[in-house]
Design a protein around this ligand. Structure first.
Ligand code: AMP
Ligand code: GLY
Length: 423
């Protein structure tokens, strides 16, 4: 099979690394890819958002399966365009991807499906938004309806903070059109986790849970990032919690999306708050998490290619998965200054030594090759991924690999999986 993966981050490196191990694979391309992905796939210089160029490439090269990593091409309709021209694709339609593109739409679907979640209101003018906040009191959460690069969420501990957030989002338009509509919702208390399932419009095949670390600093301090590390499995998701997530947050969503004429096909990423009253849905994303994908791929024993093909062909009911009896953990190395402004172009050394440590794979997120050297080109640059018998072993291996790297231009958190170890 000839496969095209779309994207250029650590998530896409993990997918390419795993797909490259498939005996069914004859050719793997990645558009646009990065320096690490080039070890597993032929990188093609087409941007992930260039929908028509990607479709033309897939047709010209008789690609058998397109696997879409990031949300932007999904929201832009890449999966629809592939299906229109008869190319098999793993990823949701634009209509289904609205689950991530519009929080208001997502909350309405969740309400219709009876999925446990925070109570909420949708607002298009600031007076009614503020009246709702005054009536409900704090703590309360204010969100832009549209995508705001992960920044359009204010968890307000006081009423004044919530009212200020309305002014910033709706009055000052600090997130542009994403703030034309707001969702204001209940503050949920508990421990967060990410849960993933593969879907084909009718069937949801559960993958596993992971826990991400969104803040930039140790002890969950500092600004939010795309994710500074993750591990899987996570002890907060006991078998009982997992069953509740699948029964209350995954299966009803797939059934309701089908009823709405927007069947969900692709990977579904549920952001969950495990509360004292059980798991509650925070949000859906229509893609793998990054860096959660890295640990899922490290743990998955099954060949990924026939599984994604079954997803594209609506045959997930025939698939069962096997997992390594191990814990996987990823430490993200980011460029100094991230998530603020950071420099590009610093040289990364020690990649061979780091990758030689038992159980370790160094996945690339933002790198390029220049004059035979690997240089940093993004905010999040590497995902040092390790597998171990338990969290402690996986973590020890990952940090040993981090220490084998020679990259003064980068940093990482030193406490990935602290919640698991604290238990
Ligand atoms: P989101 O962009 O929706 O993932 O939100 C970013 C972060 O804000 C989440 O990862 C949570 O930590 C937090 N958050 C979002 N919604 C809520 C909520 N209803 N209650 C408590 N925390 C929340
Ligand atoms: N790591 C969180 C995300 O991919 O959205």
């Amino acid at each position: 099979m000839k496969v095209l993966v779309v994207g250029s981050g650590g998530r896409e490196h993990a997918l390419c690394w795993k797909l490259a191990q498939s005996p069914l694979l004859t050719k793997l391309w990645c558009a646009p890819g990065n320096a690490g992905i080039a070890d597993s796939a032929e990188c093609v210089a087409i941007a992930a958002e260039a929908v028509e160029d990607l479709v033309a490439f897939a047709r010209a090269n008789a690609v058998d399966l397109v696997v879409i990593g990031p949300e932007a091409p999904l929201v832009a309709g890449l999966a629809d365009r592939c299906r229109e021209v008869g190319i098999k694709v793993f990823g949701p339609s634009a209509a289904a991807a609205e689950l991530e593109g519009s929080k208001g739409f997502m909350k309405d679907v969740v309400a219709k499906a009876g999925i446990p979640t925070a109570w909420y209101g949708r607002f298009r003018d600031s007076d009614s938004a503020k009246a709702f906040i005054r009536a409900k009191g704090a703590p309360i959460v204010v969100k832009t309806d549209g995508l705001a690069a992960g920044k359009g969420v204010v968890v307000a501990m006081t009423q004044a903070e919530a009212l200020d957030a309305v002014d910033a989002m709706m009055g000052d338009k600090v997130f542009g059109a994403a703030g034309d509509e707001l969702v204001i919702e209940e503050f949920l208390e508990g421990e967060e986790c990410s849960f993933f399932a593969l879907c084909d419009g009718r069937t949801a095949l559960p993958l596993a849970a992971a826990q991400d670390h969104k803040r930039v600093g140790d002890g969950d301090t500092g600004p939010n990032t795309g994710g500074m590390g993750a591990y899987s499995p996570t002890p907060v998701v006991t078998p009982k919690v997992e069953a509740a997530i699948i029964d209350t947050c995954i299966r009803p969503l797939i059934a309701t999306m089908a009823e709405l004429g927007r069947p969900y096909s692709g990977v579904l990423f549920a952001g969950i708050m495990v509360t004292a009253a059980g798991p509650k849905l925070l949000e859906y994303n229509v893609r793998f998490g990054d860096p959660e994908c890295q640990v899922l791929m490290a743990r998955l024993e099954s060949d990924l290619l026939p599984v994604l093909l079954a997803g594209a062909e609506g045959r997930l009911d025939q698939i069962s998965l096997s997992w390594r009896d191990a814990v996987a953990l990823v430490v993200v190395m980011a460029a100094n200054g991230y998530p603020g402004t950071y420099q590009k172009g610093s040289v990364i050394g020690g990649l061979k030594a780091a990758g030689a440590i038992e159980g370790v794979t160094v996945l690339h997120a933002g790198t390029a090759l220049k004059d035979g050297q690997v240089i940093a080109t993004g905010g999040r640059v590497l995902g040092v991924t390790a597998i171990g018998a338990d969290v402690a072993e996986a973590r020890e291996r990952a940090y040993r690999a981090v220490d084998a790297l020679d990259w003064p231009g980068g940093f990482c958190r030193r406490d990935i999986a602290w919640r698991a170890l604290a238990r």
